[in-house]
Write a protein that binds this ligand. Structure first.
Ligand code: ZN
Ligand code: ZN
Length: 344
C-alpha cells in the first residue's frame, strides 16, 4: 500500500509501505479523507516541537474500519468492520502533572498522529487505538466528517472562553478555524457573530456557511465593540486590531497560532481599567466525542468549507496550494484515483 512520507525536514515523497497489522485494542482503518492544515506545513518544515522523521503526516482523518486487533470489538466502542469512524490524533502520557490534573492537552509528552512520532493517516490504511476511534452514523458524510478534528479544537476553544448569553462575538479569520468558531458562536449563546478577513475571497465562504456579518475591516461593522473577540489568524496585525475592540469586562482569545518568537503590543492600562481577559486555547481536551455529536447535529455547514481533494501522489500539490492560500479546506483522499475540485 502507498503512503505519503515526510522523509526528513523539507523532504516529502510517496512510498510503498507494508500493510498495517492491528495490535491489541487497535483497529485498522481504510482512510477516507485527511484534512490538510498549517500544522502539516510546520511539521514538514521542521518547525513543530518534537517531530521525528520519517513520518507519515495526516491528523484530521476519517475512514472505514477494516480489521480489529485482539480485544478491539468489546468495551465502550464496540467497533465492527465496516464502521465509519473519525480519529482523535492525540495521545498523552497519563503520568505527568498536567495529565494527572485534567489538562492532558498540555501534556509534556503529548504525541499527535502525523505530527510528532506516531504515523498519521495520509496513507491507504492506518492503525489507531480503540480509545481514539469514534464511530459515525452510517448517514454521516465520511469525507466532510474530516472536519470533526478541527471542530474538536473549536469546541475546546469555546469550553475555555468565559462568556454570557447575549454576547456579541467578533472573529478574525475566515479560514477553517474562524468559520468553525463563528458557526459555533450561536450555539454558545452569542447574540451576533461578525467575521473579519482582509481577503474578500475568503469572506465568500463565510457567506456560504451562513455568516451574514462579514467585513474586510472591523471598522465597517455594525458594532464598535464586542464582548468576545477571537483571533483565528495568528497574525500580529489582526491581534493588535482586535484586542482594543473588546468591550469593558470582555474577553480576547488567542486561537490562531502566531510564530513562536512573535510579540504583540497592547495597553496594560486598558486590560487593568476595563477588566479585559486574555485567554489561550490549545488543541483538544475531552472534546472529540462532543465534536462528533455536534457535527452530526448539523452545527456546521461543512460542504462549502471543503474545496479540493487530492490523491496521495498529488500531496505535494495540495501543500503548495495550501501555502499560497488557494482554495478552502483541502483534503487528501488516499483511496481515490483522481484529484478533483469539489465546488462549482
Ligand atoms: Zn489540523
Ligand atoms: Zn502527560
Amino acid at each position: 500500500m502507498r503512503a505519503v512520507v515526510f522523509a526528513a525536514q523539507g523532504q516529502q515523497t510517496v512510498a510503498e509501505r507494508p500493510e498495517p497489522a492491528p495490535g491489541p485494542r487497535e483497529v485498522v482503518i481504510e482512510t477516507a479523507a485527511v484534512g490538510i492544515c498549517g500544522t502539516d506545513t510546520h511539521v514538514l518544515d521542521g518547525e513543530f516541537e518534537g517531530t521525528v522523521f520519517p513520518l507519515v503526516p495526516g491528523h484530521e482523518a476519517t475512514g472505514t474500519v477494516v480489521a480489529l486487533g485482539p480485544g478491539a470489538d468489546g468495551g465502550r466502542s464496540a467497533l465492527a468492520v465496516g464502521d465509519h469512524v473519525a480519529v482523535n490524533p492525540s495521545s498523552t502520557c497519563g503520568e505527568c502533572d498536567l495529565c494527572l490534573t485534567g489538562r492532558q492537552n498540555l501534556c509534556r509528552d503529548w504525541d499527535g498522529m502525523g505530527v510528532v512520532t506516531a504515523d498519521g493517516a495520509a496513507q491507504q490504511r492506518f492503525t489507531a487505538p480503540v480509545a481514539n476511534v469514534f464511530r459515525l452514523r452510517p448517514d454521516t458524510d465520511v469525507f466532510e466528517a474530516a472536519l470533526i478534528e478541527p471542530l474538536a479544537c473549536a469546541i475546546h476553544g469555546w469550553d475555555v472562553l468565559p462568556r454570557r448569553m447575549g454576547d456579541h462575538v467578533l472573529v478574525y479569520g475566515s479560514g477553517t478555524m474562524g468559520l468553525l468558531m463563528a458557526q459555533l458562536a450561536p450555539r454558545a449563546g452569542a447574540a451576533s457573530v461578525t467575521v473579519i478577513d482582509v481577503n474578500p475571497d475568503r469572506l465568500v465562504t463565510a457567506g456560504e456557511v451562513g455568516i451574514t456579518r462579514r467585513y474586510t475591516s472591523a471598522d465597517d461593522a455594525d458594532h464598535t465593540e464586542w464582548d468576545v473577540v477571537i483571533d483565528c489568524t495568528g497574525n500580529i496585525a489582526a491581534i493588535q486590531d482586535g484586542l482594543p475592540r473588546v468591550k469593558a469586562g470582555g474577553v480576547f482569545q488567542h486561537f490562531g497560532v502566531a510564530p513562536a518568537d512573535a510579540t504583540a503590543r497592547y495597553s496594560p492600562f486598558r486590560i487593568y481599567r476595563d477588566e479585559v481577559s486574555v485567554v489561550g486555547t490549545m488543541a483538544v481536551l475531552n472534546s472529540f466525542g462532543r465534536a462528533v455529536v455536534m457535527f452530526e447535529a448539523g452545527a456546521i455547514n461543512a460542504r462549502p468549507m471543503i474545496s479540493h481533494s487530492f490523491t496521495l501522489e498529488d500531496y505535494g500539490e495540495a501543500l503548495r496550494m495550501f501555502r499560497t492560500g488557494e482554495g478552502r479546506k483541502l483534503q487528501v483522499r488516499p483511496n481515490e484515483a483522481t484529484s478533483q475540485a469539489l465546488l462549482d
